[in-house]
Design a protein around this ligand. Structure first.
Ligand code: HEM
Length: 392
C-alpha cells in the first residue's frame, strides 16, 4: 500500500534499524491522532496514538477485546489472541461481565501483599540465575542465559509446577518465545505439550491441592479445570517474553545511565520508556464509536499504540529522555482499564531484584557490541532484543 497521507501507513510500522518508538508515531500524534494501516492479511485497522485517546479506547465498552469478533486484528507470527473455543480461560480475550470472574479469582494472587510474600523466593531464584550466568565464564547472552529463565522459573514456582518438571516446562516455554530459532509448527507443538502438561498437573492438584496459585483457585471452585489450564497458560505466556524483553532492555539502558543503578525508581520509567508491549492490546469496535474526533465503525479493528501514548509530550515532559526522577505512574506500559496487566506488581519486584543482584554481583558487566549493533526485535508483536551479548 502506498499513500501520500501521512496517517496511512504500511504494517508493521517499525522499520528494521529504526529507533523505537518509530518516528512516525510523533507524526500521527501531531496530525489527528489516529492513523490507518492494513495488516498483512489486508485487514484495515485504526492505530490510536495519543495518550488520552489510548486511555479512552482501552476503557470504552464499545471497543471489545474478544478475538471472536469479526474485524479483530490478527497480528504477529504467533497468530494473536486465541478465542475461548480454542483455549477456554484465555481471559484477556473476554469482555466484562465474562471477564470479571477470572479477574476476581486472580487479583489476590498478584496483590502487593502476596507479591511481597513471594519476594524472598524471587530473590533466591534471581540469585540462582546470576550463579548460572557467572558459571558461563566471562561472557554470555543475557537474553537466553538470564532474562528468559528468570520469569519462567518464577511463574513456574507461583503456579506450583513441581521441581522435577521444571526442565520440561522451561524448555517448552523457551521454544514459544524464540521466534527466530523455532518454526511456527514447533511453537504450536510446544503450546499443545504445555496445555497437556497443565491439564495433567491440574488433575493432580484437584486431588491434592497444594498451597499454590492453582491449588488455591481450584479449591475456591470458581473456575473449571479447563479454564484453569487456559489461565495458567495465559499467565505463563503473558509474563514471559514481556518481562524478559523489559529486563534485557533495562540492562542496556542502565549501563548507558549508570547514575541510576541502585535506584528502584527506574522500574516504572523503564516500562514507560521501552513500552515493549506496544501493539499487544488489540481490539474491535462492536458499535460505532468516536475516538479523538474520528468515527470508528462497528467491526473495524483498533490497536492502541502503547509506546506512542508513553512518548506523548502532552502526558510526559521530554518523553524520549530516560528520567526515573519523573512521575511515570500514568504510563500505559501495563495497559489501562479492565485488562490492565495483572502481573505488574510481580514484574516490578522481579525488576528490582534483578537489577540489584546483577549490578551488585557483576559490577564489571558490559555490552560486547555497541548498542547500535544489537539485534533489536522489529518484527514480533513485542519490542525487545533477540540476544544481548555481554561480558564481565
Ligand atoms: C514488563 C512486563 C510486562 C508488561 C510490559 C506487560 C504488559 C501488559 C499489557 C500492556 C497488558 C494489557 C493487554 C490488553 O489490554 O489487551 C497486560 C495484560 C496482562 N498481563 Fe502483563 N505485562 C508484563 C508482565 C506480566 C506478568 C509477569 C504477568 C503474569 C505472570 C502478566 C500477566 C498479564 C495478564 C494475565 C494480562 C491480562 C489481564 C486481563 O485481561 O485482565 N503480565 N500486560
Amino acid at each position: 500500500m502506498t499513500s501520500t497521507d501521512p496517517n496511512v501507513v504500511d504494517f508493521p510500522v517499525r522499520a528494521p534499524g529504526e529507533s523505537f518508538p518509530p518516528r512516525v508515531y510523533a507524526a500521527f500524534r501531531a496530525t489527528g491522532g489516529l492513523a490507518r494501516t492494513h495488516l498483512p492479511s489486508g485487514q484495515p485497522v485504526w492505530l490510536v496514538s495519543r495518550h488520552e485517546d489510548v486511555r479512552a479506547a482501552l476503557t470504552d465498552p464499545r471497543i471489545s477485546a474478544n478475538p471472536a469478533n469479526p474485524g479483530f486484528p490478527k497480528v504477529g507470527r504467533t497468530g494473536g489472541v486465541p478465542t475461548q473455543e480454542e483455549i477456554p480461560g484465555w481471559f484477556v480475550g473476554l469482555d466484562p461481565p465474562d471477564h470479571d470472574r477470572f479477574r476476581k479469582a486472580l487479583i489476590p494472587e498478584f496483590s502487593v501483599r502476596r507479591i511481597r510474600a513471594w519476594r524472598p523466593t524471587i530473590e533466591r531464584t534471581v540469585d540462582e540465575c546470576v550463579d548460572e550466568l557467572l558459571a558461563k565464564g566471562g561472557s554470555a547472552d543475557l537474553v537466553a542465559d538470564f532474562a528468559l529463565p528468570v520469569p519462567s522459573r518464577i511463574i513456574a514456582t507461583i503456579l506450583g509446577v513441581p521441581q522435577g518438571d521444571r526442565e520440561f516446562f522451561e524448555s517448552r516455554t523457551q521454544t514459544l518465545v524464540n521466534l527466530a530459532g523455532s518454526t511456527e509448527s514447533q511453537r504450536a507443538e510446544a503450546v499443545r505439550q504445555l496445555l497437556r502438561y497443565l491439564e495433567r498437573l491440574i488433575a493432580v492438584k484437584r486431588k491434592w491441592p497444594g498451597d499454590d496459585l492453582i491449588g488455591r483457585i481450584l479449591r475456591a471452585g470458581v473456575l473449571s479445570p479447563e479454564e484453569m489450564s487456559g489461565v495458567a497458560m495465559l499467565l505463563l505466556i503473558a509474563g514471559h517474553e514481556t518481562t524478559a524483553n523489559n529486563l534485557a532492555l533495562g540492562v542496556v539502558t542502565l549501563l548507558e545511565n549508570p547514575q541510576w543503578i541502585g535506584d528502584d525508581r527506574v522500574v516504572d520509567e523503564l516500562v514507560r520508556y521501552h513500552s515493549v508491549a506496544d501493539i499487544v492490546a488489540m481490539r474491535t469496535a462492536v458499535e460505532d464509536v468516536e475516538i479523538g474526533g474520528q468515527l470508528i465503525r462497528a467491526g473495524e479493528g483498533v490497536i492502541p499504540l502503547i509506546a506512542s501514548a508513553n512518548h506523548d509530550a502532552a502526558a510526559f515532559g521530554c518523553p524520549h529522555e530516560f528520567d526515573p526522577g519523573r512521575s511515570a505512574r500514568s504510563h500505559v506500559g501495563f495497559g489501562y482499564g479492565v485488562h490492565q496487566c495483572l502481573g505488574q506488581n510481580l514484574v516490578r519486584t522481579e525488576m528490582e531484584c534483578v537489577y540489584r543482584a546483577l549490578f551488585e554481583r557483576v559490577p564489571t558487566l558490559r555490552l560486547t557490541p555497541p548498542v547500535s549493533d544489537l539485534p533489536f526485535k522489529y518484527d514480533g508483536t513485542l519490542f525487545g532484543l533477540h540476544s544481548l551479548p555481554v561480558a564481565w
